[in-house]
Design a protein around this ligand. Structure first.
Ligand code: PMM
Length: 263
């Protein structure tokens, strides 16, 4: 999954893709580099980010989604807003990627049911402004998994077919570096429900901590690609990344490695 943030305040690509044509071209480049799916987001969710209105979010994201869908590219909409998800579905998106798992907007579940789209449910404890304060766990991996599986059960009760769900532990969302590493080390346990698992480690702060202070954010692409390979080894369905080339290559290595097995 290639990330296309059409936000002026995104931490990792600095808002370079705000204009529709430039955004579409960047998405086409990501597909050329090996992305199977483009995740379009019109609102930043980085820690401390201020929420934008649904109108502004749609003005940024919808023309891009329409342009990509017209070109036959599979698109997910990264949004917590039900209205934006609905507009994206009408513009041709095939998945709704909701970092709040439907907790931020009470209208989201209805849109998921009505549109019949695949729904990416992420573990979430609250909005960006407050999520760092909610990063308290006794065993992060176990608690995140329990809360995420609990959310899947709630969604099923509300009428969302579990077969349409993809789950994501939400690295960096109410999680510090130690929590993220613990979740990654326990990734196989997130597969216990039999649902596809997605992870988004790309360029996140906890990877910056492995690099010299002040290193550019693009230096986080190498550790991101390593995580992509390790995640693929344990059967993760997808990885959400900014730099598709390096992750594609890492995944090709995993595939070649696995093909070499003779058992
Ligand atoms: N991370 C961000 C945004 N959307 N969606 C999913 N499913 N998983 C993630 O980990 C995730 C996400 C924040 O990163 P960005 O600001 O670089 O897009």
């Amino acid at each position: 999954m290639g990330v296309l943030n059409v936000t002026p305040d995104s931490f990792s690509d600095g808002g370079r893709f705000v204009e529709t044509d430039v955004a579409i071209q960047h998405a086409l480049d990501l597909v050329e580099q090996g992305a199977d799916l483009i995740d379009v987001g019109g609102e930043s969710t980085r820690p401390g980010a201020v929420r934008v209105g649904a109108d502004e979010e749609q003005a940024r994201a919808i023309p891009v989604i329409r342009g990509l869908a017209e070109r036959g590219i599979e698109v997910s909409i990264d949004t917590m807003n039900a209205e934006t998800a609905l507009a994206a579905a009408e513009a041709g998106a095939s998945m709704i990627n909701d970092v709040s798992g439907g907790l931020a907007d009470p209208g989201m579940v209805g849109v998921v049911i009505r549109t019949g789209l695949t729904y990416i449910v992420q573990h979430w404890r609250g909005q960006s402004e407050t999520m760092d304060a909610q990063a308290t766990y006794t065993h992060a991996a176990r608690e995140v998994r329990r809360e995420l599986f609990g959310r899947v059960a709630e969604l099923a009760e509300l009428g969302v077919e579990p077969g349409r769900l993809i789950i994501d532990p939400g690295l960096g969302f109410a999680k510090n570096a130690e929590h993220n590493w613990q979740v990654l080390a326990h990734l196989p346990e997130f597969r216990e429900l039999g649902l596809p698992v997605l992870i988004g480690a790309s360029r996140k702060r906890f990877l910056g901590a492995l690099l010299p202070e002040g290193a550019p954010v693009t230096d986080r692409d190498a550790p991101t690609a390593v995580i992509s390979a390790l995640a693929a080894q344990v059967g993760v369905w997808g990885v959400r990344v900014h730099d598709v080339s390096s992750t594609r290559l890492a995944l090709d290595v995993v595939e070649a490695w696995q093909a070499g097995r003779d058992d």
